[in-house]
Design a protein. Structure first.
Length: 71
């Protein structure tokens, strides 16, 4: 398998993880919308952690896409 194919597969995997993280984020936001926000500190922390994961995954995907130009 060529290196470019491996990078493309890795980008595809990262996109799947990225979509999963977005789904988790939207479900946490929906949960907070339906419940009282003041009593759900653990959910708020999980929401913030998930948001950081989404940002890091987005940066990694962009870096991998940019690395394809070199191949």
């Amino acid at each position: 398998m060529a290196k470019i194919d491996k990078v493309k597969e890795f980008i595809g995997f990262l996109k799947a993880v990225f979509i999963t993280a977005i789904v988790i984020l939207s479900s946490l936001v929906t949960y907070l919308y339906k419940k009282d926000i003041n009593d759900n500190y653990i959910v708020i922390v999980a929401l913030l952690i998930d948001l950081v994961i989404i940002i890091l995954l987005f940066k990694k995907i962009i870096l991998e896409i940019n690395s394809l130009e070199e191949l």
